[in-house]
Design a binder for this molecule. Structure first.
Ligand SMILES: C[S@@+](CC[C@H](N)C(=O)[O-])C[C@H]1O[C@@H](n2cnc3c(N)ncnc32)[C@H](O)[C@@H]1O
Length: 249
């Protein structure tokens, strides 16, 4: 019996943003594997086993998924947003590379989803309409010195920047320092978008000038987008639009 492994993105939260391709994979799955809140987004049904696990066990979870697929199950590993953006696709491939040779024969597919930075940008207008970069501000998997270097160089290169994992209870200091670095390195007062729980009923979008951005404006459900030097605001009664023009002259 040949199994399969699909690594799927569930999008930023709104069920309407789950792609038809991901819905079809979930409908065929025998087993769904993932972090507890993401597995909770999958409706239980007969014939489907849900395997929810804690956040810090990505490699264990990946090995479990690969082993079940090798045994003939149709396994879907779920991530929020896109599975290739700071999420499970890389973890599964790390486990695959280090695992038994038999796992190399598993039928594996990665199905994209709408990542939080793009969902947040769409709510604000088009702040990522010119060149941009994304940085994960968590120092769980890399040293803080590298994050700080990347922040400075991205500011120097005048990218718009989208920050994932900006601040958590366990890491309250990092985002304080990130704002200090950005205020030093950007040298002007460009717009900063704090987009929390985007596309869910709890969504809040808050836009402030960089000099007025404070650490408590972000938490682990927030996407932070810092404009480039060309990012502009169109003021409207119906809600301001933040966008970065297509060209730099
Ligand atoms: C571990 S990363 C996972 C990213 C995910 N794979 C993606 O493509 O969106 C988790 C971070 O994504 C951001 N995020 C995820 N969903 C979000 C949402 N609905 N609204 C705002 N930010 C979100 C937050 O910055 C959060 O700390």
């Amino acid at each position: 019996m040949s199994g399969s492994l699909v690594i799927a993105g569930l999008g930023p939260g709104n069920e309407a943003l789950v792609t038809p391709e991901v819905r079809a994979a979930l409908a065929l799955a025998t087993d769904v594997v993932g972090y507890i809140p993401y597995v909770a987004r999958v409706a239980p049904r007969e014939g489907l086993t849900l395997h929810a696990s804690d956040n810090r066990v990505e490699i264990d979870r990946s090995q479990h998924a690969l082993q079940m697929a090798a045994e003939g199950k149709h396994v879907v590993v779920v991530s929020s947003g896109d599975p290739g953006v700071f999420a499970m696709a890389s973890a599964v491939f790390e486990a695959l590379e280090a695992g038994p040779a038999a796992w190399l024969d598993i039928d594996i597919q990665v199905l994209p989803g709408i990542t939080a930075s793009l969902a947040a940008a769409a709510q604000a207008g088009a702040p990522l309409g010119h060149d941009f970069c994304t940085i994960n501000l968590s120092d769980n998997l890399k040293p803080w010195s590298l994050i700080e270097k990347r922040l400075r160089l991205a500011a120097e290169a005048d990218f718009a920047m989208a920050f994932y994992n900006p601040r958590s209870k366990a890491r309250p200091e990092g985002f304080v320092r990130a704002l200090e670095v950005l205020n030093e390195a950007c040298g002007d007062d460009r717009p900063v978008i704090f987009a929390r729980a985007v596309t869910t009923p709890e969504q809040v979008i808050n836009v402030v000038p960089l000099s007025q951005a404070t650490p408590e404006m972000a938490d682990m459900r927030t996407m932070v987008i810092v404009g480039s030097s060309t990012t502009r605001i169109i003021k409207r009664a119906a809600g301001n639009i933040i966008y970065t023009p297509r060209s730099v002259l």
